[in-house]
Design a protein around this ligand. Structure first.
Ligand SMILES: [Zn+2]
Length: 83
């Protein structure tokens, strides 16, 4: 089901729903959701998430559902260029 979004709060552009990745942090842990329906402004790229979609993500994480898959994420410390 495609949700309606109001025009972008920032630039007034049209916001259209797309299925995109969404990072989510809870209790210091990072979770990634795939194919989340999120409104994306066609002009500035601002993302808008519906409250019910955000709640659904909360619920999945808090229920500690078994993830579809688990990936390892490399973490680096920032190092300035030597030059
Ligand atoms: Zn915009």
């Amino acid at each position: 089901m495609v949700e309606k979004y109001s025009d972008c709060l920032f630039c007034g552009g049209t916001v259209e729903e797309q299925l995109i990745h969404r990072e989510f942090r809870w209790q210091g842990q990072l979770f990634i959701f795939e194919d989340v329906p999120i409104g994306v402004c066609s002009q500035c790229g601002e993302k808008v998430i519906k409250p019910k979609v955000a709640k659904a993500l909360d619920r999945i994480v808090q229920a500690k559902k078994k993830p579809k898959k688990t990936i390892k994420v490399p973490v680096y410390s920032y190092e300035p260029n030597g030059d």
